[in-house]
Write a protein that binds this ligand. Structure first.
Ligand SMILES: NC(=O)CC[C@H](N)C(=O)O
Length: 226
């Protein structure tokens, strides 16, 4: 079976091509999906890539969340479809409430672009099974609205249920509560994170190299073994 991973393009998406490439490098078929379509073309998983969809107007992700395709994504994610939101994609996922919490401007009010160290805190989601629990990885981080916040009860729940999937190491680059870089839903099929694993899939890029490839090999493993 060849796994088909859909990659959605919204107006203002930047990282769809890199994400498609990462999917192919992992050995799956990348299927481009357009925000205005409702049809997911029978993909086995979906990635919402990074960028500035709708120019980040109102709030990052707030408009894309109402794209026709998101109606289908929300419905199918609730039924178990694996969905990964990277950066702007994570912002869209919080706006849909498939993932709890919200992203605010970085606490220093500057755009940030850096090589970021992370710890994989949950290697049991659809997108992380190819990592070791506690593994440390380097992945590029580039955003303005990267400060993860949630109310105390939600944070306590995320921590208690092991749903903090990634934590920033060494430096908290944006003031995210509990150093949270990424989270998962309770079922483990919906994952969102601010750093960009699709930009760390080649040894050529130096630090981190292929550390991000595990997201895309994880989903392939998960689908092929399903
Ligand atoms: N790299 C990105 O996906 C950017 C995310 C988002 N628009 C921000 O700046 O916060």
């Amino acid at each position: 079976m060849s796994a088909r991973v859909g990659v959605i393009t919204f107006p203002g998406t930047l990282d769809d091509r890199d994400t498609q490439r990462a999917v192919r490098l992992a050995g799956a078929e990348a299927v481009p999906l357009w925000h205005k379509d409702k049809d997911l073309k029978q993909v086995d998983a979906v990635v919402l890539p990074g960028g500035f969809s709708y120019g980040d107007y109102l709030r990052a992700g707030a408009i894309s969340r109402f794209s026709p395709i998101m109606e289908t994504v929300i419905e199918q994610a609730k039924a178990g479809l694996p969905v990964l939101g990277i950066c702007n994609g994570f912002q869209v996922l919080t706006e849909t409430h498939l993932l709890p919490g919200a992203m605010l401007q970085n606490n220093h009010l500057q755009f940030i672009c850096r090589e970021q160290k992370l710890r994989v805190e949950n290697a049991d989601t659809a997108w992380t099974v190819d990592y070791e629990q506690g593994q440390e990885i380097h992945v590029p981080l580039k955003n303005m609205d990267g400060r993860y916040v949630a109310d105390e009860r939600t944070l306590a729940e995320l921590e208690a249920e092991g749903r903090v999937a990634f934590r920033y190491l060494d430096v908290n680059p944006n003031g995210s509560l509990n150093d949270i870089a990424g989270i998962t839903n309770a079922a483990g099929n919906v994952v969102g994170l601010m750093p960009h694993p699709e930009h760390a899939v080649e040894p050529l890029i130096g630090a981190g190299g292929t550390d991000g490839l595990g997201f895309f090999t994880s989903i392939l493993k998960k689908l092929v073994n399903a």
